[in-house]
Design a protein. Structure first.
Length: 140
């Protein structure tokens, strides 16, 4: 007979009113303030989509990130990418705007969990945007 796992189950879900935003602290004041005061408003106004990482059914937030829609000029992509893209002047993409992990959960690899394929809301457009941002940094 197989035993039930006692390890907590990580969940990534949209920020909701039941999540405890006041107990979260990543040690970066602007990110803490954003989660406490602005994130729900941004979600309501559809400016950004904040997602939170929790364990099991706990309302405690372990980490969060925000996604926003952006456009990237076609000319900013390398030729090997533009060959596969439509010839629009701007290409829609998703911006990973903010990312933070609570100080009590540091060193557990949860930032990587949120950004590397295990997060269910991850999209390939994030990979493309990261490439473009790296490319811009190298050319400026």
């Amino acid at each position: 007979m197989q035993e039930a796992s006692t390890e907590p189950s990580l969940r990534i879900e949209p920020l909701g009113p039941h999540h405890d935003r006041n107990d979260f602290s990543c040690g970066v004041a602007p990110l803490d303030a954003y989660l406490r005061k602005q994130a729900r408003q941004d979600a309501k106004k559809r400016i950004a989509a904040p997602f939170v990482l929790t364990k099991d059914d706990s309302p405690c937030i372990i980490g969060f990130y925000t996604l926003s829609a952006i456009s990237i000029l076609l000319g900013e992509f390398p030729t090997e990418i533009t060959r596969r893209l439509p010839r629009y002047p701007q290409i829609p993409a998703t911006l990973l705007g903010r990312l933070a992990i609570d100080t009590r959960a540091r060193g557990e690899g949860l930032g990587e969990y949120l950004t590397h394929g295990r997060a269910s809301s991850r999209t390939s457009s994030l990979k493309v945007h990261r490439f473009v941002r790296r490319h811009r940094r190298c050319t400026q």
